[in-house]
Design a protein around this ligand. Sequence first.
Ligand SMILES: [Zn+2]
Length: 81
Amino acid sequence: MPEMYGLVPERRPVRMCLGCRKRFFKADLARHTLDAENNLKEDPEQIRPGRGFYMCGGEECRAKMQSVVLRAVKGRQRHER
Ligand SMILES: [Zn+2]
């Protein structure tokens, strides 16, 4: 029912920016995945396999993101020993 579209509340997926921990629509965030060396790589098409890390694109968030993600990854490795 295309004519009903405007009356339906928007239900767009929401994700949290790992830098500022604010919530944004997923489409407004940049998805990143980790490569084999645990480097954060942007995923503009949002199709790469693996866990996605989202950020809003602010400079501070971008800088913070790498350390936040590395801490998460290292924490997981410690538990796996
Ligand atoms: Zn942010």
